[in-house]
Ligand binder design. Structure first.
Ligand code: NAP
Length: 492
């Protein structure tokens, strides 16, 4: 049986859009995109908490072929980024390819037909020759269970599942967590709430963002001279690479960003005890570096407090910390992040000999080759798969680089008969992952801290332990010898 489409893409976040645009650029228009929600957007659709914005500059955090001269700020907010994604879809006529409200529940590689059979939650089946999974890593909220949680009578809301019906005006609010989401929520809600308590478990390194509105003059310049915006994009990329240097090399230069962050803290927090409470005890970069101009100043407001004692339990009316008394809250915000490193996309994905990808990842830790292809799972590409993240630059750059590799893969596939499939050699994947794990030695990510970069076994399955330019180089060329070309059940 032939395929319904040449390509299937799961996900319509930035990964899905970048994949679709690359297919179009290759002249491939036979593709279908699956989206479980009623609107496109991935993480930029889901994260609608107050203050949600990108901590990478918009001139870089955008698709290279889709410049936007109209970004309103250096760092754009969620509504603007989401609108940008919708504009990209409209401009490139992607909507007819997208099936909204469609959750892919299973993807089986049918060896005898060399197609992927996709099943969705409506029971519908779709066959595609090649499958691209673009589901991202930050979409499973981490919802810790605190003792007595169920008896709390107020509202509990996770930052990634924000409810627009919750009105925080005049309320007593607790925010649990001080990660990238919390540091945006806290300054955004502080002006309207009656009382705000922020529960910090581990202080984070925070550097200033220096965000500002983009002038009409500058927008005009970008509109009239696109090369100027491309230059700015490159400048930001290389400046970020420079800052990433201290992450990937064991160097005393790491002290420079730490001193910068300490200066930022001292500038805004005058109380020595509060300053101490905000001072991290791990090396900058080991956890995601946070970027904010307004988080620290918020703690100078009289109704905002930092709590550092561990939370003991939730009560009917609030919560209690170890050694403390009950604190009363109307709303408790869990800004407690995501389960990212134990990747589970919630799809039954089976490859050759019925191998189950999610089961294998669960038992052995997530692994791929260049975060993009997986041995035993032919004609499959991952957009932002295991070990593709970085702590210092734009993940959109990583995804665009990956799609260059996928284009090579498609070219190789196309030189074969239509029933052929490409299977990554197991030894190539295993050697790559051994090398990758040794590359962590001496980087900041092995300097000793606990973060969402590590899975339950303590293995880092999310970070690519080099600069983006190295990743770009690594995926620049596909070596055909890394793959076994198979035709139906015979091997060449
Ligand atoms: P996060 O960085 O993992 O932060 C979670 C916070 O919750 C941490 O402070 C953590 O403390 C705390 N926490 C977790 N479980 C807890 C518990 N049981 N008790 C007390 N505290 C607990 O999550 P996030 O802030 O949602 O950010 C996740 C990632 O999303 C970021 O690193 C970033 O990559 C991305 N993000 C990006 C943007 C952007 O601007 N582009 C914005 C938001 C998020 P510990 O540190 O002690 O674990």
């Amino acid at each position: 049986m032939t395929a319904d489409y040449e390509f299937g893409i799961v996900g319509t976040g930035f990964g899905g859009l970048i994949a679709a645009l690359k297919l179009q650029a290759l002249g491939k228009n036979s593709f279908v995109m699956f989206e479980r929600a009623s609107e496109i957007g991935g993480t930029w659709r889901d994260n609608v908490y107050p203050g949600c914005a990108c901590d990478v500059q918009s001139n870089l955090y955008s698709i290279e072929s889709q410049p936007n001269p109209a970004w309103s700020h250096t760092f754009s907010t969620q509504p603007e980024i989401w609108q940008y994604m919708k504009n990209v879809i409209a401009k490139n006529h992607l909507a007819p390819h997208i099936r909204l409200n469609t959750t892919v529940t299973a993807a089986h590689f049918l060896e005898k037909e060399a197609v992927w059979l996709l099943r969705d939650h409506h029971g519908r089946e779709t066959r595609v020759r090649m499958l691209l999974l673009a589901m991202g890593l930050l979409n499973r909220p981490n919802t810790p269970h605190f003792a007595g949680m169920e008896r709390f009578r107020g509202e509990i809301v996770h930052s990634a599942e924000w409810r627009t019906d919750i009105d925080l005006r005049g309320k007593r609010v607790a925010v649990i967590g001080t990660g990238a989401s919390a540091i945006q929520i806290v300054p955004a809600v502080a002006p309207v709430v009656k009382q705000l308590s922020v529960f910090q478990r581990t202080p984070a390194w925070i550097v200033p963002r220096f965000d500002k509105a983009v002038s009409a003059f500058r927008k005009n310049l970008f509109r009239r001279f696109p090369a100027l915006q491309r230059f700015v994009r490159k400048r930001i990329f290389w400046a970020n690479e420079l800052s990433g240097y201290t992450f990937v090399h064991d160097t005393r230069l790491r002290l420079i960003p730490e001193l910068f962050a300490q200066w930022h803290l001292k500038r805004h927090i005058k109380d020595p005890a509060l300053r101490r409470a905000f001072t991290p005890a791990y090396e900058l970069g080991c956890k995601r570096v946070l970027v904010s101009d307004d988080f620290y100043p918020t703690f100078n407001l009289p109704h905002v407090r930092l709590e550092t004692a561990p939370i003991q339990e939730f009560t009917e009316n609030g919560l209690r910390c170890e050694g403390g008394t009950e604190q009363i809250f109307d709303v408790i915000v869990l800004a407690t992040g995501f389960i990212a490193a134990d990747i589970d996309w919630g799809i039954e994905i089976t490859g050759l000999q019925g191998r189950n990808l999610m089961d294998e990842w669960k038992h052995n830790g997530a692994e791929a080759y260049l975060g993009t292809t997986v041995s035993g799972f032919p004609n499959l590409a991952l957009v932002l798969g295991p070990n593709t993240g970085g702590g210092h630059n734009s993940v959109l750059d990583t995804m665009e680089s990956q799609m260059g590799y996928v284009a090579e893969y498609i070219r190789l596939l196309e030189t074969q008969v239509p029933t052929a499939f490409l299977d990554l050699r197991a030894d190539v994947q295993s050697a790559y992952n051994q090398r990758l794990q040794t590359m962590f030695h001496g980087t900041v990510w092995s300097s000793g801290c606990k973060s969402w970069y590590h899975n339950a076994q303590g293995k880092n399955t999310t970070i690519y332990p080099q600069l983006n330019k190295h990743f770009r180089n690594a995926v620049r060329v596909l070596h055909p010898a890394d793959y076994t070309i198979r035709v139906l059940s015979s091997t060449t």
